[in-house]
Design a protein around this ligand. Sequence first.
Ligand SMILES: Cc1cc2nc3c(=O)[nH]c(=O)nc-3n(C[C@H](O)[C@H](O)[C@H](O)COP(=O)(O)O)c2cc1C
Ligand SMILES: CC(C)CC(=O)C(=O)O
Length: 373
Amino acid sequence: MTGGAARGLLAELREKAAARLDPVHLDFYEGGAGTERALAENERAFARLALLPRVLRAAGPPRTAVDLPGAPGTQPVVVAPTAFHRLAHRDGELATARAAAAAGTVLTASMAATTTVGEMAAAARAVDPAAAVWFQLYLQPEREVTLALVRRAEEAGCSALVVTADSPVFGRRTRDDRNRFHDLPPGYAAENMRGLPGAPPGGTRDIAMSPALGWADLRRLQAATRLPVLLKGVLHPADARRAVEEGVAGIVVSNHGGRQLDAAPAAAEALPRVADAVAGHVPVLLDGGVRSGSDAVTALALGATAVGVGRPVLWGLAAEGEDGVARVLAHLLEDTAHVLALCGAGGPRDLGRDQVVRRGPAGLPGIGEAGSW
Ligand SMILES: Cc1cc2nc3c(=O)[nH]c(=O)nc-3n(C[C@H](O)[C@H](O)[C@H](O)COP(=O)(O)O)c2cc1C
Ligand SMILES: CC(C)CC(=O)C(=O)O
């Protein structure tokens, strides 16, 4: 499997998904905020980078397993949290959960899932009793609502929480505004929000975003759970440093797939400085624009322990249900191992930042040495 072939598979599934999906739902999945610059930059940033292979390192066949919070020995390509999978396929999040477990990788269940986290975790564990499921959480302004969500994740057997911090307000999604897509169709709901304190009888609460939340709220969450907490949506190195001081178990470098701040840099551009700030204290993950093993290996070389994929999972799901998600994950994982081998690496730890260069004549030396990201 080559990088080209993996990209070919994703392109094929994306096309198939586009043909099957309601155009309004396709826009919801594909779209970003504002002019969609941050969205486009995520993929472009990887395209601007090249990998310098090392030779004759006797590295042996690549071992891809990595240790993540609550997920020892998992794979370096994990499923990023994305909302509303039942709009993509009738099996929805259950299909995604089974495919992630079969691939031996982490499923991050979205708080905005159309299936409860309990059902998702059970589906994953039916495939692999050791499957790792993380729960993505937007801290809610009412503490008792946040706590109720945390208890649900704990009871489901989730092994970590992923707090999304890049959404003090909801991003302005141009396509959704144009389509007036602001509510789920009848028969679909954000099931994790059902029956929470303050919800109407039998109904769901809306997911709130609040610009009033701060580090103290994160601290209160950490004090209220024994689960490791990762912080998602970090781009500034000072925030990464602070998060480590606050005791987070991991950082996810992400611009939310270009769906929040349109002026944000690509995740891959922000990664090296964040990795420097974190200095190996906790694992750093990246999501945004990862579409091939080369992209994944580039991120690993720039300091990530693992990468997350959002839209490719949705393409697989919409195109072919569980099989489609399984194909996406298998291809990306296989391609990552293949590119590692081509780079002379026996595993992610063998990669150096000096192996990543900008394309073009100004691209050498490696960006690690140029230090100008
Ligand atoms: C349709 C869609 C829904 C998303 N829903 C969530 C969500 O509920 N919570 C969250 O933290 N991030 C959410 N994200 C962001 C993803 O977790 C991730 O940051 C992003 O998709 C990565 O970029 P990629 O799609 O290029 O792989 C969503 C992204 C998409 C495309
Ligand atoms: C429905 C939203 C809360 C999910 C989300 O984070 C997104 O669409 O990017």
